[in-house]
Design a protein around this ligand. Structure first.
Ligand code: SF4
Length: 458
C-alpha cells in the first residue's frame, strides 16, 4: 500500500524507496551533524534503512564543510574516490550538500559530474524531491539564497537516543574574516520560542534526557523576533522556559559569541537547575590586533573581563574555547598574547585549528600576510603542550567527587565500557556492569586524563 507522510504541512513525501539503504558521511561542525540527522530522518520516511557503511549503500549523502583545513581539497578528493563507488551500480545515487555545496554551486558537478544531486544549506527539506528529479530527469543542482523551509521542520534520526541537538537559530549576522558561514548559511533567523519548546517536549516524549541548543551565535537568539510587538524572547528567557519542561534533565548550548555574552545568561546557568555548568567561549586569538583583523568585536581585555565575570559568578564552571593558530599577520608577540589568555583563563579544553585560507572569506585575500607552515606548526605544538598540562590539572579536580553521569553510548574502543558526560560536560567512562544506556546515575570519579574521566557507580 502506498503511504504518504506529511511533515508539519510543508513537505509531503511519498515513501518510494523501501528496501533501499542509505549512508550519510558528515564533515564539519555540530550544525552539519544535526543537518545530517535531519537528512537521515527524511530518508527513513522515504522507506530507506541505514546501511552499515557506504559499501552496502544505494544512496550516499555527503554533507560537506568549508571550515576545516584544506576542506576544498578534501571534498574533491572524497568525491574523486566516490566515482568508483558510484560506477559499481547504475542504481546508486550520490548526493552532496552542506556549506561547500552552497559555496561552489555548479562547480561541484563541473568537477565531479558523477554526482546526482547537489543541494544547498537552505533547501535541505527538498532533498527527496531532488532525488526523485534526478531519477526521472538526470543530475540536478539546486542551491537557493533564501531559506525555503527551516531544516528544523524535518524529522531526524539521532545518533543517541538520550541526547539531542535542538536548533534554535540558523545563520549568522557577524562577519568574522576567516569564516564562510554568513555567506553560505545566510543571516540569523531565530525559531519561534513556541516551536522550540514544542520540539523539546517532543524529544522528551521520545526518551531524550539532554538537549543541546544549537546556533552559530546562540546568545543573540531572538534579536530578530518580536513577540506582541514589544518584548523579545531573549536567550535567557528561552532557557527559563526550557528549564520548566517536565522530565527534561539537562540543557546545554553552543556556540555563544563572547561579545554577546550577557551577565544574565551566566546567572541563568547558575540558577536554572537543568542548565549545565559548562560554557564555551570561542576566543580565536588572544591578540587584540589579530582579533580586530578577524572582526571579532572584542579585544583581549574585554575577553578577559568576560572570563572574570563568568568565574566570579560560576567559580567551578567548565570553560572551553576555540583557537586559530597562525592567522595572517600573527607575530610571535600576538601568539604570546594568545598563550597569556590560555594560561590565565585555564580552560578545561581547547579546540585548536591551524589557519588555512578558505575561498570566499576575507582572510583568503590576505596572501601577503600568510604565516609559513613551520611557524604555524611550532606555535600549534606549543599551544597543545601548554593546554594539555592545563587540561590534565583541571580534570584532576573531579577525582574523588560524586557526579551525575548520563550514559550515552558504548565506548568505540572497548565494548565493555560505557561513555557519557557529567553535568559539566567532561566525557566519562564507566564499566558496563548492570548499567543501561540512558541511565542518569550518581558516580564517583576515580581517575582522570587530560581528555576524559573514569568513574564507578556509587
Ligand atoms: S560568529 Fe563569526 S565565526 Fe561564528 S558563525 Fe558567525 S561569522 Fe562565523
Amino acid at each position: 500500500m502506498e503511504q504518504t507522510v506529511e511533515i508539519k504541512s510543508k513537505i509531503t513525501l511519498k515513501p518510494s524507496r523501501f528496501g533501499k539503504k542509505y549512508f550519510v558521511k558528515t564533515f564539519g561542525c555540530q550544525m552539519n551533524e544535526h543537518d545530517s540527522e535531519r537528512v537521515s530522518g527524511m530518508f527513513e520516511l522515504d522507506g530507506m534503512q541505514k546501511a552499515e557503511s557506504e559499501d552496502n549503500a544505494d544512496i550516499l549523502f555527503v554533507n560537506t564543510c568549508t571550515i576545516r583545513e584544506n576542506a576544498d581539497d578534501k571534498l574533491y578528493g572524497t568525491l574523486g574516490q566516490l566515482k568508483k563507488w558510484k560506477s559499481q551500480s547504475e542504481n546508486r545515487k550520490l548526493l552532496v550538500g552542506g556549506c561547500a555545496a552552497q559555496k561552489d554551486k555548479n562547480l561541484v558537478r563541473d568537477k565531479a559530474p558523477w554526482v546526482d544531486v547537489v543541494i544547498g544549506t537552505h533547501n535541505l527539506t527538498n532533498i527527496i524531491n531532488l532525488l526523485n528529479q534526478s531519477e526521472d530527469w538526470g543530475p540536478v543542482t539546486e542551491i537557493i539564497d533564501e531559506i525555503e523551509n527551516l531544516p528544523t521542520d524535518a524529522p531526524s534520526i539521532r545518533e543517541s537516543e538520550f541526547s539531542a541537538w535542538l536548533t534554535i537559530q540558523i545563520g549568522c549576522n557577524n562577519s568574522c574574516t576567516f569564516c564562510i558561514v554568513p555567506s553560505v548559511r545566510g543571516p540569523e533567523i531565530s525559531r519561534r520560542p513556541v516551536d522550540i519548546i514544542n520540539e523539546a517536549k517532543q524529544l522528551v516524549n521520545e526518551g531524550v534526557k539532554e538537549i543541546t541548543l544549537l546556533g552559530q551565535n546562540v546568545n543573540s537568539y531572538g534579536r530578530d523576533l518580536k513577540i506582541d510587538n514589544k518584548s523579545r524572547p531573549y536567550f535567557t528567557q528561552l532557557l527559563e522556559k526550557l528549564n520548566d519542561i517536565k522530565d527534561l534533565e539537562r540543557i546545554r548550548f553552543t556556540s555563544p559569541h563572547p561579545k554577546d555574552f550577557k551577565e544574565e545568561t551566566i546567572h541563568a546557568v547558575k540558577e536554572l537547575e537543568k542548565v549545565c555548568n559548562q560554557i564555551h567561549v570561542p576566543l580565536q586569538s588572544g591578540s587584540s590586533s589579530i582579533l580586530s583583523k578577524m572582526h571579532r568585536g572584542y579585544n583581549k581585555e574585554r575577553f578577559l573581563d568576560k572570563v572574570d565575570m563568568i568565574r566570579s559568578i560560576l567559580p567551578d564552571v567548565s570553560l572551553t574555547t576555540d583557537i586559530i593558530v597562525g592567522f595572517p599577520g600573527e607575530t610571535d608577540s600576538d601568539f604570546e598574547d594568545t598563550m597569556d589568555v590560555i594560561r590565565y583563563a585555564e580552560f578545561d579544553s581547547v579546540y585548536m585549528f591551524k589557519f588555512s585560507p578558505r575561498p570566499g572569506t576575507a582572510a583568503y585575500n590576505m596572501h601577503d600576510q600568510f604565516i609559513p607552515k613551520e611557524i604555524i606548526d611550532n606555535r600549534f605544538d606549543s599551544l597543545k603542550i601548554t593546554q594539555t598540562d592545563i587540561s590534565e590539572r583541571r580534570l584532576k579536580r573531579f577525582i574523588g567527587t560524586e557526579q551525575l553521569l548520563l550514559i550515552e553510548k558504548i565506548s568505540k574502543k572497548n565494548d565493555l565500557i560505557y561513555s557519557g558526560k557529567i553535568n559539566s560536560g567532561q566525557i566519562t567512562h564507566i564499566a558496563k556492569d548492570n548499567l543501561n544506556l540512558g541511565d542518569l546515575i550518581k558516580v564517583k570519579i576515580t581517575d582522570s586524563t587530560p581528555f576524559f574521566l573514569k568513574a564507578e557507580k556509587v
